[in-house]
Design a protein around this ligand. Structure first.
Ligand SMILES: [Fe+2]
Ligand SMILES: [Fe+2]
Length: 240
């Protein structure tokens, strides 16, 4: 059970802290701490790993949590089918709309600026793979995994025995989807590293600027999307 008010924060995982209150995500982002795929690590462990001051970081987390509460979304309280639909209608819709366009921009700047900025050639190649892998990943979630969790959840609520095939599908898909999140997340972090945190060189055109802005937006959207799945939706699906 998530506990947002009390409890021993150093022993909580990054994923649970963000699941309790999404406002803490920006604190972790500012320290380069991965809260989605890397969310299973405790706060104390990440401080040791990164050489951060635990008391200072806890203080920063408490500070954002004491800001006036946004009339935001309490994702952890949502029913599974609603959360799945929300993810599809926001994050999957974003990807369906933007992945192709970002890939086209990245390939364009690789062609125009690749001789002076060879990193953009690698970025375009990596992004093409991310877009292809992501398309297959979304298809599995939308056509196989989410329908199976919705049917299983409905059976549970109605007091019926869930379909055995659906339960098998859920178990098998979970492992695969977690692994794909990690692979796609690593690829996006490679792009961030190659682009020096999306820094715009002086000698480039507007398309370059736009591409880097979109790549940054893509990463931000992915962090939130993967967080909702890895830290909230998937653990609930595993309990079905
Ligand atoms: Fe998804
Ligand atoms: Fe996913």
């Amino acid at each position: 059970m998530h506990d947002s008010t009390t409890g021993n924060t150093p022993a909580k995982t990054i994923g649970d802290i963000v699941a309790d209150d999404f406002r803490t995500a920006k604190v972790f982002e500012s320290h380069g701490i991965d809260f989605c795929c890397g969310g299973k690590v405790t706060l104390a462990a990440i401080c040791t790993e990164k050489g951060l001051d635990l008391a200072a970081l806890t203080g920063e987390l408490e500070a954002v949590k004491s800001e006036p509460a946004e009339r935001g979304h309490n994702y952890t309280a949502w029913a599974l089918p609603f959360l799945a639909d929300y993810i599809v209608n926001t994050h999957h819709a974003y990807l369906h709309e933007n992945s192709g366009q970002i890939a086209a921009y990245a390939n364009k700047i690789a062609e125009v600026h690749g001789s002076h900025h060879p990193e953009v050639i690698r970025i375009a190649t990596i992004f093409d793979k991310i877009a292809a892998d992501m398309a297959a990943h979304l298809k599995e979630e939308e056509e196989v995994f989410f329908p199976a969790i919705k049917r299983t959840d409905a059976a549970r609520i109605a007091g019926n025995t869930p379909d055995a095939q659906d339960r098998e599908t859920i178990q098998a898909s979970l492992l695969k989807l977690y692994r794909e999140h990690e692979e796609i997340g690593d690829a996006v972090h490679t792009i961030r590293h190659l682009s020096k945190e999306y820094a715009i060189p002086d000698d480039v055109c507007n398309t370059f600027l736009l591409t880097y802005r979109k790549l940054k937006e893509f990463e931000d959207d992915l962090h939130k999307h993967v967080h909702l799945e890895n830290n909230i939706l998937f653990p609930k699906a595993a309990e079905l």
